[in-house]
Design a protein around this ligand. Structure first.
Ligand SMILES: [Zn+2]
Length: 150
């Protein structure tokens, strides 16, 4: 393949940043005054949703299930998250990147929900994972909202 370089891209990998707590505070304040600010509701709602999606996606990636940024196909990584030499390869479109480089796109962004036990959870209790993961997701984005809301 002569165009191997064009498929080895991380340009399609995007992670949502944390939701601005000032916006969340403003939402609570306007709501308390009975003001319905639809623009603000949309802004906070979409930001929370995007952040939640990123947390779920990064957590899945960490556990070995990566979404191909080119075509959306599930790419499975062999080995644990600390196996630096692993290569991610999409069977559908040929996208290919070293796992270590993909890992660096979400490293230090507080996107992986859970504890060191997470990798064992993902294989042994797969059926009970969604609710558990969602709760973790809300815990990691909602620490500021809980205090504001009380
Ligand atoms: Zn693909």
């Amino acid at each position: 393949m002569s165009d191997a370089g064009s498929k080895a891209s991380l340009l399609g990998v995007h992670w949502a940043s944390r939701v601005n707590p000032i916006l969340i505070r403003r939402l609570y304040q306007t709501d308390a005054r009975g003001i319905v600010d639809e623009e603000l509701i949309d802004a906070v709602g979409f930001a929370l949703y995007a952040r939640c999606e990123s947390i779920l996606q990064a957590t899945e990636a960490h556990a070995g299930h990566i979404i191909c940024p080119e075509c959306g196909t599930l790419v499975k990584r062999d080995g644990g998250p600390w196996l630096k030499d692993a290569i991610l390869e999409c069977a559908q479109c040929g996208w290919q990147v070293p796992w270590e480089e993909y890992f660096k796109t979400y490293q230090h962004k507080h996107l992986v929900g859970g504890s060191p036990s997470h990798s064992t959870l993902s294989t042994s209790t797969a059926s009970s994972m969604p609710a558990r993961r969602k709760r973790k997701c809300w815990q990691s984005i909602g620490s500021s909202t809980r205090t504001i809301g009380s």
